[in-house]
Write a protein that binds this ligand. Structure first.
Ligand SMILES: Cc1cc2nc3c(=O)[nH]c(=O)nc-3n(C[C@H](O)[C@H](O)[C@H](O)COP(=O)(O)OP(=O)(O)OC[C@H]3O[C@@H](n4cnc5c(N)ncnc54)[C@H](O)[C@@H]3O)c2cc1C
Ligand SMILES: NC(=O)c1ccc[n+]([C@@H]2O[C@H](COP(=O)([O-])OP(=O)(O)OC[C@H]3O[C@@H](n4cnc5c(N)ncnc54)[C@H](OP(=O)(O)O)[C@@H]3O)[C@@H](O)[C@H]2O)c1
Length: 294
């Protein structure tokens, strides 16, 4: 039997770009693990229309926060985008989902790969303590179409500054057109989690200091002077993401978490499997943990 949702009150609705919103909600729900999703909804024509949305807030933090895109013609997302402070919203008290660190073995490197609003659960995880205890360096890759879709960029850059205090500067992107990039493909022999090459040419890098967080934005449909171009699976296959991060992933030392566009998840998983990485299964730990948004 379906459990009745609890009532939440909207504390804010931020529009980052056209059709990209963050909804903040005050509601009393059960504890959840960072990376999980809640079911959020509205009563529409006498029926509760509920959809899964990942928490962006840290576990235990209030208000709850959901980062969502408006799907044109979608029954719920279009209405959520119109909510204002003080409006009521429904949410299930119980959270769900397996894109959580309790499913991911500790590792030297944790690669978080997101498209669009798939960024949300990773932000929640990054706000917690476990990720900094169980993993050496975290690479957060966020792929969007246009630079204006890079929501939370300021917060992420602030976190990069905070986590890498006294360490290396954030890396600079290789050339945007992909042409002529020197490609070191993943899964090779260089799996030492060697941070010494972070920063591209190494200018000003203190090799003795460790880097905890690397932010790798991807912008696919316009040129920028700070983001990688193209798509995540290609960047994995061609080594441009590894080059950007200055880290060589290997099955011995790396874990991957993927979230967002199901085709990205599928394509990236195929590339990773080719390189010797395996899906994480409850009875058989591997290296890949994923969540599809549709
Ligand atoms: C586990 C899980 C977690 C999710 N977390 C989030 C989240 O944090 N943020 C978020 O924006 N969405 C998230 N979604 C998608 C979300 O639940 C809704 O499907 C989406 O907001 C659209 O709702 P809708 O009722 O307007 O349209 P729906 O009837 O649900 O969707 C209509 C169609 O739109 C497409 N679609 C659905 N979601 C998206 C999307 N995000 N981007 C592009 N196309 C989409 C699908 O083809 C779908 O069939 C999640 C989905 C799942 C399964
Ligand atoms: N950006 C916008 O204009 C915008 C803004 C808000 C909401 N929306 C709506 O929200 C929905 C989602 O849009 P979105 O831009 O957030 O998500 P998206 O279409 O999933 O695109 C996000 C990123 O994922 C990449 N991508 C798409 N398919 C991929 C694949 N098979 N493998 C690897 N990477 C892939 C895209 O690259 P490519 O560019 O190469 O496809 C883009 O860089 C759409 O329905 C849209 O209508 C769009």
């Amino acid at each position: 039997m379906a459990v009745a949702p609890v009532l939440g009150v909207v504390a804010g609705n931020r529009e980052w770009a056209e059709r990209l919103h963050s909804l903040r909600v005050r509601a009393e729900i059960n504890p959840f693990e960072a990376g999980q999703f809640g079911r959020v909804g509205l009563a529409i024509d006498g029926e509760n229309v509920m959809r899964p949305y990942s928490f962006v807030n840290a576990a235990g933090e209030l208000p709850l926060e959901f980062y969502f895109s408006v799907v044109p013609g979608g029954p719920l997302s279009v209405r959520l985008a119109q909510l204002r402070e003080g409006d009521e919203v429904l949410i299930n008290a119980k959270a769900n989902g397996f894109l959580v660190l309790s499913q991911v073995p500790p590792a030297k490197q944790l690669w978080m790969l997101a498209t669009g609003t798939g960024l949300g659960p990773f932000l929640s995880i990054l706000k917690g303590e476990r990720v900094w205890r169980d993993y050496g360096t975290v690479v957060l890759a966020h792929a969007v179409r246009y630079a204006g879709d890079l929501a939370y960029r300021g917060d992420i850059l602030a976190m990069v500054g905070e986590k890498n205090k006294g360490g290396c500067p954030p890396p600079t992107p290789p050339m945007q057109d992909g042409g002529g990039v020197n490609l070191s493909s993943i899964g090779g022999d260089g799996g030492e989690g060697n941070l010494s090459s972070v920063g591209g040419d190494g200018g000003g890098v203190d090799k003795k200091k460790s880097v905890r967080l690397i932010y790798a934005p991807f912008v696919s449909r316009e040129k920028t002077d700070f983001a990688l171009g193209g798509r995540i699976p290609q960047a994995l296959a061609e080594g441009t993401l590894a080059e950007f991060a200055g880290l060589q992933p290997s099955p011995e030392e790396s874990q991957f978490m993927l979230c967002g566009n199901p085709q990205m998840v599928k394509d990236a998983t195929e590339v990773l499997k080719e390189a010797g990485f395996r899906r994480n299964r409850r009875r058989e730990p591997g290296h890949i943990t994923m969540e599809n948004y549709w």
